[in-house]
Design a protein around this ligand. Structure first.
Ligand code: HEM
Length: 271
């Protein structure tokens, strides 16, 4: 990603961090043919990457309409759910949120780059349930996030970003255990090459006709070593790593990577 997004420079705690962006900046692009990557997963591991609820077709079709407005008409695809047709056009993962009996719920998703969750686990969940593992979410953020969903205006596009460090260069990371099991094998001198900065750039838009909302997740990866040549960026990252709040550190399991990241910061080697 050549460090296009550097959210660690902005906050050392969990945050809502939603800001309006221009509609023209909604989709970042940057992947020649996302369908190649997504179709392979759809064939091989459908339950991990695709799920829909009954009754979500209209919202899915409206989401496809938004993507087509941005990128031009999609080739006709028979038998494919509309949200998946939309997802094949974009590097982003697509999540359809709809209000069901008073709760904002995930009613369909195409998830090719899930960060330690799967489509089957997430489908049907409310905002509160989706964020159950996020320390303090219910107390600090839930009401405000629900209000954001209520107040979305049709022409508004909101963006937020998060970040972590992982020893994986894969976009598709449904489960943490196989990745974390490899940490003891990493030579600290190789940390700049082996560890990745993993950024999720997320957007949120209203679907004006059906009343739902489309949440997009785009994952960007870069080797930690990409920070090595820039003292200012390196210092900003060191600050973020060392000043992160205990809750954030625990949630992202920074403890597993401390020895590797500190070795890199002592002797920053390019990837
Ligand atoms: C737009 C408003 C939203 C806000 C402000 C928000 C906020 C957060 C925060 C603070 C986290 C912790 C990691 C991070 O810093 O990002 C998180 C994690 C997560 N969010 Fe959201 N979120 C939003 C919408 C959604 C939606 C629509 C979904 C539906 C797919 C979702 C699914 C998740 C999941 C699955 C996690 C990981 C939970 C885990 O660790 O298992 N979020 N979110």
């Amino acid at each position: 990603m050549s460090l296009r997004h550097r959210p660690w420079e902005e906050a050392v705690d969990f945050q809502i961090g939603l800001r309006p962006i221009a509609i023209a900046d909604w989709l970042e692009g940057g992947e020649d043919d996302p369908a190649v990557r997504k179709d392979a997963l759809f064939e091989r591991a459908r339950d991990l990457v695709w799920a829909e609820t009954e009754g979500s077709e209209a919202g899915q079709a409206e989401a496809l309409g938004l993507i087509e407005t941005a990128l031009g008409p999609a080739p006709a695809q028979t038998g494919m759910p509309p949200l998946y047709v939309a997802s094949r056009r974009v590097a982003d993962d697509l999540c359809l949120m709809e209000k069901v009996e008073g709760q904002w719920r995930l009613t369909a998703l195409s998830l090719s780059a899930g960060g330690f969750f799967t489509a089957t686990e997430a489908i049907g969940k409310s905002l509160s349930e989706l964020h159950g593992p996020v320390t303090g979410f219910a107390e600090r953020f839930l009401t405000r996030v629900q209000r954001v969903f209520e107040g979305l205006r049709p022409e508004l596009v909101l963006e937020r970003r998060n970040w972590t460090v992982l020893n994986s260069g894969e976009l598709h990371t449904p489960s943490s255990s196989p990745i974390r099991a490899l940490i003891p094998q990493i030579d600290p001198r190789e940390a700049g090459r082996t560890l990745r900065l993993r950024v999720e750039r997320q957007t949120l838009r209203r679907l004006p006709q059906t009343g739902g909302a489309l949440f997009t997740i785009r994952v960007w990866l870069a080797p930690l070593g990409d920070l090595a040549d820039d003292p200012q960026r390196l210092a900003a990252f060191a600050h973020a790593w060392r000043s992160a709040t205990p809750d954030l550190r625990a949630y992202k399991r920074f403890d597993l990577y401390d020895h590797l990241v500190e070795a890199f910061l002592r002797d920053p080697q390019p990837a």
